[in-house]
Design a protein around this ligand. Structure first.
Ligand SMILES: C[S@@+](CC[C@H](N)C(=O)[O-])C[C@H]1O[C@@H](n2cnc3c(N)ncnc32)[C@H](O)[C@@H]1O
Length: 430
């Protein structure tokens, strides 16, 4: 009941957020004391569970993209020290270390970088790759294993995992001083409960510093349906908690288990300070504005033609408070300073959580964990993301026209048959 009330309220506040596709005046936006997110939208094959903006890797497209990113970095005025950098995707390790180096160099012309993290597919990491990105200053790695079971992976169009390779990559990465996170997913189509529990136990043996167990979330852009409901996924994550406890992991948040305090969690860092996003469909949140770059064809076209078009909206205070409150709960421990600034409506929900034994003092109780799991899942599933949700764009037709023209141009340039970066046609979910 309490779950339903909270989920409804936050979903309503997110649904109200509307972006305008327009020219952004970046010069008017202060960019000091920030984090940086770089999006790499290429994958060798497109996993059916993944809602993030990506296209199938092509050498030529990557070349164009790198040029565009370097240009975008030059065009945004930044200064000072950057608190964190995440290179996410897609599959960022489809860029060579020297290409990653080019991006970091371009940034270092303007700002000092600290706390650099990078995502990647385990299949694309090699020992040389790890050595080289470590030398470039990358400290944190996150790799999506998702599942070790070939059947589960083939149902979502993901390449087979290679346990021996994952083990040696994690071992070497730790030796080189990286802090390593491994992502696992629960609730994938055709994934049996025991398959997930097997994955958890095996990855516990492989021993990365951090393991994240994501429940499968049904976000616009995802092409398959979850195998289980939220409660079933939750119970399996609770079992994973026990298994990982035996392997020496502590629960850092509702889905994160760790042996270190140096957590890889871009969502957490993005709530704390302003950040700039570079690349196609990348998010920025700066000076009370939320700005989302256009998808790949428009992004390439805009940088080639010196334009600065993006989706823009003023950060909505209500939904931002829900995200902050959600994140306090997600950490399973509430910071009184954050709670103090919450509006009365959220404090009311908190008092109900305390009355019903879901929260005690500033800690989420064992009983409260399901509430937190379900609320976090709802937050992620209802985040307004204009690139895959036309309903979140005020001037959708204007945007659509520009997108089609850019797709056509890119098609001519690429001489390909298929429009690149078009939202995928939704197959029927089972
Ligand atoms: C941006 S993805 C990048 C993964 C990277 N390309 C790879 O192949 O290893 C980061 C993580 O989000 C998680 N993820 C992606 N889609 C999801 C979904 N629909 N529900 C829950 N978690 C999801 C996966 O665990 C994935 O590893």
């Amino acid at each position: 009941m309490l779950n339903r009330i909270a989920n409804d309220r936050l979903a309503k506040s997110f649904a109200k957020i509307k972006f305008k596709y327009q020219t952004v005046d970046w010069d008017a936006i202060p960019t000091k004391h920030i984090g940086i997110y770089i999006h790499v939208p290429f994958c060798e094959q497109l996993c059916a569970f993944c809602p993030f903006h990506k296209v199938v890797y092509k050498e030529e497209l990557k070349r164009l993209y790198l040029k565009a990113i370097e240009k975008e970095i030059k065009e945004r005025t930044m200064e000072g020290k950057v608190e964190w950098v995440y290179i996410g995707g897609g599959t960022p390790n489809l860029l060579t270390p020297s290409e990653i180096g080019r991006i970091l160099e371009a940034l270092r012309e303007y700002v000092d970088l600290t706390n650099i993290g990078m995502e990647g597919n385990p299949l694309q990491f090699t020992p040389e790759y790890l050595h080289q990105i470590r030398e470039l200053g990358v400290e944190k790695l996150s790799t999506g294993v998702e599942s070790l079971k070939p059947d589960t992976l083939s149902h979502v169009n993901r390449a087979k995992a290679d346990e021996a390779q994952i083990t040696s990559i994690v071992e070497l990465a730790r030796k080189l001083g990286f802090s390593v996170n491994v992502d696992l997913m629960v609730g994938l189509p055709k994934q049996a409960p025991e398959d997930f529990l097997y994955d958890v136990d095996r990855v516990g043996d492989i021993n990365p510093q951090q393991i994240t167990t994501y429940p499968f979330m049904d976000i616009p852009g995802v092409q398959v349906a979850p195998e289980m409901n939220s409660k079933e996924m939750f119970h399996l994550i609770e079992q994973a908690h026990d298994t990982l406890g035996d392997h020496g992991y502590n629960r850092e948040s509702i889905w994160v288990f760790s042996k270190t305090k140096k957590i890889y969690d871009s969502a957490r860092d993005e709530l704390v300070i302003d950040y700039l996003g570079f690349g196609a469909a990348a998010f920025s949140k700066v000076a009370g504005q939320q700005i989302v770059n256009p998808p790949l064809p428009l992004y390439l076209d805009m940088l080639q033609n010196g334009r600065t078009r993006a989706f823009q909206t003023t950060v909505d205070e209500k939904s931002e408070n829900w995200r902050k409150f959600g994140h306090e709960l997600y950490n399973l421990c509430l910071d009184p300073k954050v709670i103090q600034d919450m509006p009365r409506s959220i404090k009311f929900i908190l008092s109900l959580l305390k009355l019903t034994g879901n929260v005690k003092g500033d800690q989420v109780t064992q009983k409260g964990r399901f509430f937190v799991h379900d609320l976090t899942k709802t937050i992620v599933e209802s985040l307004p993301f204009p690139v895959s949700n036309p309903a979140a764009i005020i001037n959708f037709e204007e945007y659509q026209k520009e997108l089609q023209a850019a797709q056509e141009l890119l098609r001519i340039r690429e001489k390909t048959e298929q429009p690149i970066g078009e939202p995928p046609v939704k197959p029927i979910k089972h």
